[in-house]
Design a protein around this ligand. Structure first.
Ligand SMILES: NC(=O)c1ccc[n+]([C@@H]2O[C@H](COP(=O)([O-])OP(=O)(O)OC[C@H]3O[C@@H](n4cnc5c(N)ncnc54)[C@H](O)[C@@H]3O)[C@@H](O)[C@H]2O)c1
Length: 398
């Protein structure tokens, strides 16, 4: 166990701020098993963003290059929270410098880069993990428990959507999210989360079919200044083409059933709707990120005349919550920011050498990040082949 861990976050944008805040809260949860944390630096090429985030979240300094963070002796742990196409260079540089790295999803923007990153991670002496935040959502983790412990049992049918509306307005400014090859749009951005959640619940996807990718807003205005996250900042009257998908859909075959998955960044009225229903041999469950403190559960039990979906309010009996909130009572309310905290905590526990059976479930490996991208690449191939079915080999890792 180390004496202390120095923490840095690269990227002070929408998700970077969630990482910066999550590290601060992580040590205050559960049992005090972590070594003291030092909140050292926020790295961002935009010095104004870096400085504002460092001040807001109480980090000692800000740096304007990832190299400065790689070279710093007082930093051990780094989150990489920048545009997907930048992940490889930064992650490889940090691993070579001996840092522990938590990288945002999707692992990269191309499978080739993602595979190279996984090779670098497997060769490194430090820990490299990818943040699939929704596995930390108490309702999703609980539904998985119900599937695995046989209460719900085998999944027969999964229906999932991740609808967002950040690209709904044609006046929304051009940003890195609209650039890249086929499948690098909504499919990579939110489809990576949905595909991960689908496998988390239903088991390995064996094939995908009926792939559809659609760009419905073909050009976007250039921003007048720097754009953070989904901000609708002031724009110029110059436009650039949108290169990737606004909407994507596909079918998936799981070990025991099938699924339908749909993602969008132009779903008006749905800023952040990850929702799914799983139909299982013993009942069904429904989750909606808009109401993250509850799930719907239907079980085949009791008199059929009285049976139906019940609302299960999540609290200390459910995953992550006992000790995972300052006030861990039922119905206090929680959301996506807590999922970033549980993710940060799991990563820090692993880096600090807390045994697996005494820590939160470990974060996903880079191999799992590659696997996730292989599924998305197969969806893109299916779309390019008129919806043809694409087989996905079983993962080579446990
Ligand atoms: N897990 C989640 O729920 C979630 C949510 C949002 C985004 N993400 C992921 O997080 C990553 C970042 O997304 P975002 O929405 O926060 O992006 P963003 O556009 O809001 O922020 C990116 C930041 O990176 C900075 N930057 C650009 N180039 C840089 C460089 N070379 N070095 C250091 N900083 C640089 C920018 O100035 C900006 O502040 C993406 O991989 C995205 O998929 C994950």
């Amino acid at each position: 166990m180390r004496d202390s861990l120095g923490v840095a976050v690269i990227g002070a944008g929408m998700a970077g701020k969630a990482h910066a805040a999550a590290y601060r809260t992580a040590a205050s949860l559960y049992n005090p098993v972590l070594p003291p944390l030092r909140f050292v630096s926020i790295g961002d090429v935009n010095a104004q963003f870096g400085s504002a985030a460092a001040q807001r979240f109480g980090y000692e300094r800000h740096d304007s290059s990832w190299q400065a963070i790689a070279e710093a002796d007082d930093i051990d742990v780094v989150s990489v929270v920048i545009a997907n196409r930048l992940h490889r260079e930064v992650v490889e540089g940090l691993l070579a410098a001996g840092k522990h790295v938590l990288c945002e999803k999707p692992l990269s923007d191309t499978l080739e880069d993602a595979r190279a990153m996984a090779a670098a991670a497997n060769a490194a002496s430090t820990t490299a993990r990818i943040g699939f935040t929704f596995r930390r959502t108490p309702g999703i983790a609980y539904i998985r428990d119900l599937i695995r412990n046989g209460t719900l049992g085998k999944v027969l049918h999964f229906s999932g959507r991740y609808w967002t509306d950040y690209g709904c307005s044609p006046h929304a400014p051009m940003s890195w999210r609209y650039k890249g090859g086929p499948g690098s749009g909504a499919l990579a951005d939110v489809g990576s989360h949905l595909a991960y959640v689908a496998e988390f619940l239903c088991g390995d996807i064996q094939s995908v079919s009926g792939g559809e990718l659609s760009t419905v807003i073909n050009q976007r205005p250039l921003p007048l200044g720097a754009v953070l996250g989904h901000d609708h900042s002031a724009v110029s009257d110059s436009f650039e083409p949108v290169e990737n998908d606004d909407v994507a859909a596909f079918g998936a075959r799981f070990p025991a059933g099938i699924g339908a998955l749909e993602v969008s960044r132009v779903a008006a009225g749905h800023a952040n709707t990850l929702t799914f229903e799983v139909f299982c041999e013993n009942g069904a469950a429904v989750f909606n990120q808009r109401r993250p403190a509850e799930i719907g559960l239907f079980l085949h039990e009791g008199a059929s005349a009285n049976n139906g979906y019940r609302q299960v309010i999540l609290g200390p009996e459910h995953p992550y919550l006992a000790g995972g909130l300052a006030m861990d009572a039922p119905s206090v309310g929680f959301g996506q920011n807590e999922a970033f905290v549980y993710q940060a905590r799991a990563f820090l526990e692993e880096v600090a050498g807390v045994p697996e059976d005494a820590s939160l479930p470990r974060c996903a490996s880079f191999d799992e990040g590659v696997r996730n991208m292989e599924i998305l690449a197969a969806v893109t191939s299916s779309a390019q082949a008129g919806g043809q079915s694409m087989t996905i080999p079983a993962p080579a890792f446990a």
